[in-house]
Write a protein that binds this ligand. Structure first.
Ligand code: 4AZ
Length: 253
């Protein structure tokens, strides 16, 4: 996250860190969000091997305050038993259309996430619920603090960004025809805050009537915090039925 401030995990207890095991250890891969005790919503592009991704090489940590430190009090670690990448995820136009994926997590004892002060689920907006332009939302992640940074943020950060209208984001000064109806653009009015590399898959949350909803999944953008280049997010409300179908859950939120 560029700009913004360090975050308290207790304010974003649905924040998940996804790792992949490689020959030389475990690497931070993407952010994600806990949407029910056994399910994490993240971005499809976090898994460049697509359907060939080896799920046993993935792990998920909830309650993670710092990326390179382990807090045994707050952390819960899981293996991944299932990965669903959206069937219509498409990057042929370089714009990550339908950039959404679901992970099923399983703890060492076969159980899922246990609610605590630093681990809680986030609400999912109903199908076709949309926010008014200009709504203030929050993006969180462990990603870069500057576009050209060589490393990720050590600690979880959060930044305030405002929802931009689809028309403005699709105008030629912005992203033109790269924006589909499955995407949401959000930026700060002075372009000082944005998601950045390493924040992918993580949450864009917005408060509606005192409940916090996951409206976006960090997907892409041209650089970070550049003028007229807001962050682009997968529009979660478009995937309500897809999430129910894949997870087998009967309701969300
Ligand atoms: C990335 O490379 C990335 N400014 C994520 C978000 C944004 C840009 C790049 C949005 O993962």
């Amino acid at each position: 996250v560029v700009g913004g401030a360090l975050s308290m995990l207790e304010r974003h207890p649905w924040m998940a860190a996804i790792y992949s095991r490689k020959s030389r250890g475990r690497f931070f891969t993407c952010g994600g969000s806990l949407i029910s005790p056994c399910w994490i919503l993240t971005a499809a592009h976090c898994f460049p091997d697509g359907a060939q991704t080896l799920v046993h090489k993935l792990s998920v940590v909830l309650g993670k305050k710092a990326i390179n430190e382990t807090d045994v009090q707050s952390e819960q670690e899981f293996r991944v038993s299932e990965l669903f990448i959206h069937e219509h995820f498409d990057n042929t136009d370089g714009n990550f259309n339908n950039d959404i994926a679901l992970l099923k997590i399983r703890g060492p004892d076969g159980r899922c996430a246990k609610e605590s002060s630093s681990v809680k689920t986030v609400c999912i907006p109903g199908p076709n619920v949309s926010l008014s332009d200009g709504t203030s939302c929050t993006v969180t992640g462990y990603g870069r603090e500057h576009e050209g940074s060589w490393f990720y943020s050590q600690y979880l950060k959060e930044a305030q960004v405002k929802i931009l209208s689809q028309d403005l984001c699709s105008s030629k000064e912005y992203y033109g025809n790269m924006i589909t109806e499955n995407m949401l653009c959000a930026g700060s009015p002075d372009w000082s805050s944005d998601a950045c590399k390493g924040d992918s898959g993580g949450p864009l949350v917005c408060r509606v009537q005192d409940r916090v909803f996951l409206f976006g999944v960090v997907s892409w953008g041209e650089g970070c915090s550049r003028a007229f280049r807001p962050g682009v997010y997968a529009k979660v409300s478009n995937y309500y039925h897809w999430i129910l179908e894949k997870s087998g859950l009967t309701s969300l939120s």
